[in-house]
Design a protein around this ligand. Structure first.
Ligand code: NAD
Length: 389
């Protein structure tokens, strides 16, 4: 079969944000929604807004301190910070003193930029640190985001933003009170194949979407890890992986779900899944009759995002990895350059801070998604159709 290669060079990826930290919020942005505003053929896919990070800022690069030096911080974020243009790894906050020497020498960090969880609040006196990036287990996000804001720092918080909407409200309020920006580590908003899903869906290139499917799962290892503890993770694979499918549905449709039904999958490993679900399926209803079926699991492999519309289909599979996305439409394969998603994400936030513009992935979006996570769990527990307000 002759597969046409479709390349969609993008313009500056301009999101329309109704949210402005300084000017208040319009209704859409209250829910964290954004759409892609303009697309033309001048720049390659995934190219970020080229607004000069220097145009208003006085610093060349903003300093980021990572809080929590686990797998994601050490394996992805710190290496990505070696590739960023507008920010750099300036400090660390850790509860494990044995990690300090390795990080210090690997990333050339001065002693004065190394903090423990206990003395973290004194980071307020450190002008090297502009942004604190919270990379701790989910239920700890709220405390550290609030402490960072109180210390006068801008904040990036990993997904899911928190384990309750109430915590999200407190985090947003703390940042607002401190006059600091809050962003969520939604790296796929900077990934060309996922951006293409959003463009095709929101621009209705294949007409109105009728149906969507998404699944994200893998087999989890160590039964003692925090991801399987309800108090630290807030839930199971839905909190960790299903959230990517929720995001995918929202940025592809450009809409918000209005109701959900959900079913817990059978537990086959009671040692691992004593406290949280092993797998879960849910069905979102979106306006216009769109049905979006999500699946997540800590015992099966899946990694896809697909939309079926009036005049064709489009999908990415694998969709959520750090690299190696592959995509296709009913007209043929997608072909975009792969990027370092985390470097793009952190650079975009640094640029947003320096130029006092909104981030495309604000705290309000994180809060919106925690609301959906809670609605899915309620639907799962009750067996009822749960309306989402
Ligand atoms: P991890 O287990 O590898 O690291 C967790 C870190 O938190 C460790 O440094 C650990 O020492 C520290 N910690 C502090 N108190 C702890 C406690 N009570 N229990 C366990 N650890 C504690 O986890 P991770 O994979 O780095 O995930 C951290 C956060 O990053 C999570 O919120 C996760 O959802 C998020 N994450 C995001 C992505 C992404 O692609 N955006 C990828 C992986 C993880």
């Amino acid at each position: 079969m002759n597969r046409k290669i479709i390349s969609h060079p993008w313009s500056r990826r301009q999101f329309i944000h109704n949210l402005s930290l300084n000017a208040g919020m319009a209704a859409l942005a209250m829910n964290g929604m954004h759409v892609f505003a303009s697309c033309n053929d001048n720049n390659p896919a995934g190219e970020q807004n080229k607004t000069s990070a220097m145009s208003k800022g006085s610093k060349k690069k903003l300093g980021i301190a990572l809080v929590g030096l686990g797998g994601y911080a050490g394996g992805q974020l710190a290496p990505a910070l070696q590739q960023t243009e507008h920010c750099y790894l300036a400090g660390i906050v850790t509860g494990t003193p044995s990690k300090i020497d390795t990080w210090k020498s690997k990333y050339n960090l001065p002693d004065k930029n190394i903090y423990s969880y206990e003395n973290f609040d004194s980071i307020k006196d450190n002008p090297d640190i502009d942004i604190v990036y919270v990379v701790l287990p989910n239920s700890m996000h709220a405390e550290y985001v609030i402490r960072a804001a109180k210390a006068g720092k801008h904040v990036i918080c990993e997904k899911p933003m928190a384990i309750t909407v109430e915590d999200c409200d407190k985090m947003i309020a703390a940042c607002k009170e401190a006059g600091k920006m809050l962003s969520i580590g939604y790296r796929l908003h900077f990934e060309p194949y996922n951006l293409e899903m959003a463009r095709l869906g929101q621009k209705k290139v294949y007409g109105n979407i009728k149906k969507m499917n998404a699944g994200f799962g893998f087999t989890i290892g160590n039964p003692a890890q925090w991801r399987l503890k309800k108090d630290l993770a807030g839930g199971g694979p839905l909190m960790d992986l299903g959230i990517y499918c929720i995001q995918g549905f929202c940025y592809t449709t450009g809409m918000e779900p209005i109701a959900v039904r959900a079913q817990e999958g059978k537990k086959t490993d009671m040692e691992k899944f004593r406290e949280v679900e092993q797998s879960l399926s849910w069905q979102f209803e979106f306006p216009g009759g769109i049905v979006a079926e999500g699946k997540t699991s800590y015992a099966d492999s899946m990694n896809n995002l697909r939309a079926e519309a009036d005049k064709g289909w489009f999908e990415v599979d694998p969709a959520y990895n750090y690299s190696g996305q592959r995509g296709a439409t009913s007209d043929g394969a997608m072909d975009f350059k792969h990027v370092n998603q985390q470097a793009k994400q952190m650079d975009d936030f640094a640029d947003a801070v320096m130029n006092n513009r909104p981030t495309p992935v604000p705290g309000e979006m994180g809060r919106r998604d925690v609301k959906y996570l809670q609605a899915i769990y309620k639907a799962m527990r009750t067996g009822e159709r749960v309306e989402i307000k």
